[in-house]
Design a protein around this ligand. Structure first.
Ligand code: ADP
Ligand code: MG
Length: 450
């Protein structure tokens, strides 16, 4: 529960940036957390009018701040005194579910993500080989298997491929696939259960993750800022590892670059670490052919060349483009895409992208990332915690949008264009020299492009 309270304090801190001091003191600060259950944050306030005020005037903001801190999937409700009494009475009669003996949930793997559907090229051949070896003999070869690459380059696909292979060839094995995000949520939820149910909830969580043969954790980098979850993961890891159970981990960066203690880094690194790069032109062509074949579409070489030539750094984006091309072909009632369909799809995509991305969106994302307010980022403060995010926001706007420096200056409280230029160049230079800045800027680019 402590972790939930800490997170709640962060929500309050964020809200403080958005509402007047009076609203905050009078209504918002009086909210208390009862529990987090089924991704619903149950809040309590003793006054009915506080509840009504908040729901009427601040509900959207509050939802936003809760999303930022707890994750997008978490909703909230506010109970007044009567409702709370009923709720608490109900809670004590709610019996925790019986422990379900672990079984592999076959549905956890996307059936399209198989080894057969994975195109092997120079950029990923070692990862593919390692994943295949682990699928053939889990727990014996590379333990843990740690796969990392940029976004959209096939990590999740390979993980599911191992899962699909094992379910077919080794159906008695108990396999658990989980995204790091869900692992953290489940753990925090089990901590959030109050009173007598708590020990049982934590016990069930441990039972679920330790009584298995293969554990797959996708996107482990998100564990960085959660202390209690790191601790729990460390113990889960040790427990499985000592019992020769296979652990497979993916990440968007190497173990060294994940912001965790050395003891976790060394756990990540004690098996095989393998990275994947951006596929070259030939591999991109082969991937496009494969996808067309899966979707039962025909693409001639001209179209394949046209798409594969574009400098995609992310296969998911390339697939998105291919779906658009298919879409235009289907509009004409065809299952063969022409070069005109492809050109059309690219044109539309460019227009859409430009419309979607605005300087405001970039500023918002940067503020959320660094947990600072709009007033701070556009204001005059000169401390490092504000200046660096400000320069990064300026850099991103200049890099991603076609906006004159003078206009960018105006967005940041009327700074002049030489100041903007200086900020931009400073970050460009830091990206070259400093890994951390490069990773932050990459993260933010991904976020604003969603
Ligand atoms: P990541 O987990 O690295 O972000 P995913 O595994 O989700 O990336 O891959 C994104 C998409 O690209 C998926 O639809 C996947 O099938 C496809 N993809 C990536 N690499 C390959 C490949 N080598 N062969 C076939 N499809 C691929
Ligand atoms: Mg993934």
């Amino acid at each position: 529960m402590q972790e939930i309270q800490d997170l709640w304090q962060k929500v309050l801190a964020k809200m403080q940036n958005y509402v007047s001091a009076i609203t905050f003191d009078l209504w918002i600060s009086k909210l208390e957390v009862l529990e987090l259950k089924n991704n619903n944050l149950v809040l309590f306030t003793s006054s009915v009018s506080a509840k009504n005020q908040i729901l009427k005037n601040n509900a959207e903001r509050l939802a936003e701040c809760i999303h930022d801190v707890f994750g997008e999937y978490v909703s909230f409700e506010i109970l007044d005194k009567d409702e709370k009494d009923k709720y608490v009475a109900q809670m004590s009669v709610d019996k925790p579910d019986a422990i379900i003996i672990n079984q592999t949930d076959k549905k956890q793997f996307n059936e399209k993500y198989t080894f057969d559907n994975f195109v092997v090229g120079k950029s990923n051949q070692f990862c593919y080989a390692a994943a295949h070896a682990v699928a053939e003999s889990p727990g014996n070869k590379f333990n843990p298997l740690f796969i990392y690459s940029g976004v959209g380059l096939g990590k999740t696909h390979l993980m599911h491929a191992i899962g699909n292979y094992l379910t077919e060839h080794n159906p008695e094995l108990k396999i658990k696939y989980v995204t790091c995000e869900n692992f953290m949520n489940e753990y925090i939820e089990s901590l959030g259960v109050i009173n007598s149910g708590k020990d049982k909830a934590i016990f069930e969580f441990r039972e679920k993750y330790r009584n298995i043969d293969v554990l797959m954790i996708d996107d482990i980098q998100f564990i960085a800022n959660r202390n209690s979850t790191k601790e729990e993961f460390f113990h889960t890891f040790n427990d499985l590892y000592q019992n020769n159970k296979q652990i497979i981990i993916t990440s968007d960066r190497s173990p060294q670059e994940i912001d965790v203690e050395d003891r976790l880094k060394s756990r990540f690194s004690c098996g095989l670490i393998q990275d994947m790069q951006i596929p070259d032109f030939e591999t991109r062509m082969a991937i496009l052919k494969k996808k067309a074949q899966i979707e039962k579409f025909y693409l001639d070489d001209e179209v394949i060349n046209f798409i594969a030539e574009k400098p995609f750094t992310n296969i998911r984006e390339m697939e998105g483009m291919l779906s658009k091309v298919f879409f235009y072909a289907t509009l004409m009632g065809k299952r063969t895409a022409s070069i005109e369909d492809a050109q059309q799809a690219f044109k539309e995509d460019l227009i859409e992208k430009e419309q979607r991305l605005t300087p405001e969106k970039i500023i918002n994302e940067v503020c959320a990332y660094f947990e600072i307010s709009q007033a701070e980022i556009t204001g005059k403060k000169k401390n490092k915690e504000i200046v660096e995010p400000r320069m990064i926001a300026i850099y991103l706007i200049d890099d991603m949008l076609d906006i004159p420096l003078v206009t960018i200056g105006k967005l940041f409280g009327g700074r002049d264009h030489t100041t903007v230029m200086h900020a931009r160049d400073k970050i460009a230079e830091m990206i070259k020299k400093d890994n951390k800045t490069r990773l932050i800027v990459n993260d933010l680019k991904q976020k604003v492009s969603l």
